[in-house]
Design a protein around this ligand. Sequence first.
Ligand SMILES: NC(=O)c1ccc[n+]([C@@H]2O[C@H](COP(=O)([O-])OP(=O)(O)OC[C@H]3O[C@@H](n4cnc5c(N)ncnc54)[C@H](O)[C@@H]3O)[C@@H](O)[C@H]2O)c1
Length: 282
Amino acid sequence: MTSNSDTSVLRPSGRVTFDNTGRVVIVTGGCSGIGRAICESFATSGATVVCADVDTIGGRQLPEGIEFRQCDTSRTDDCASVVGWTVERFGGLDVLVNNAAIQPKDSYRPIHEVPVDVWDGVIGVNLSGYTFMAMSALPHMRQQHSGVVVNISSGQGHRTARQVGTYGPIKAANIMQARQWAVEYARDGIRVVSVSPGAIDTPLVRASLEQQGGGAALANRHPIGRIGRPEEVANAVLWLSGPDASFVTGTDLEVDGGLGALGAFADPYPMPNPTDSSGSHA
Ligand SMILES: NC(=O)c1ccc[n+]([C@@H]2O[C@H](COP(=O)([O-])OP(=O)(O)OC[C@H]3O[C@@H](n4cnc5c(N)ncnc54)[C@H](O)[C@@H]3O)[C@@H](O)[C@H]2O)c1
């Protein structure tokens, strides 16, 4: 860890490394942001990675070594097809990361103003998509008597704000899906967990900066003083899906720079002076 103070001493920080050689991993929504970082981290640690995403252009831009399958996770047949293809081609499935989600601008409203088609669209991807992928993956994992499912949820699944009556409650459901599946399949050798990021620098967050009060305010709301990087979420996912987390299941890990610990009653942190280079930045 580094400090910006002049008197600081650079101390050793330690390092965890991952070896996913031979493991087969599916990441939904892996063409962008957090999903892409998860794909890259698994791939560089030796896994065979299948990115399942609707975005065919993004699919062509993935680094070499990451397989791309076009898949709309709101469609059961697409989910079954990507899981079937992966198991047939690579002989098994060790990790499923349910990550693909949308947060359309039209969903940022009190629920009485949310168009029903917007609600249905978010439910389709963010909730049903996670279930459809799990429905296809779990029979293979049961047969292997091993496997890990990681649901990417959000800090908004734990706490809420005005205007997020669509996205927030569905993210809370992702946490409960993980708990329920963990309990259901624990004796089948399968672990299921969720990860709840704070604000992470991805296209999804950049598109909603205005709704979140702007970049500087969003960063300052996190006790650490910045928003997160996609690879910081990926590191948590890799640890949770590896053998070092073998006794961890049915739980959620918040990767949020302390955001969830800060009470609504707490004094806000003073906004850093933009000309002061000693502050923390996203
Ligand atoms: N970025 C953040 O600050 C943040 C914070 C908390 C939680 N999250 C969660 O992290 C996950 C990833 O978010 P992100 O910020 O990286 O998003 P992003 O918009 O950068 O990427 C989402 C990816 O999902 C894909 N996708 C969208 N609809 C799909 C569908 N129907 N089928 C398959 N793929 C689809 C997109 O093509 C894209 O590649 C989401 O579950 C999100 O809710 C993000």
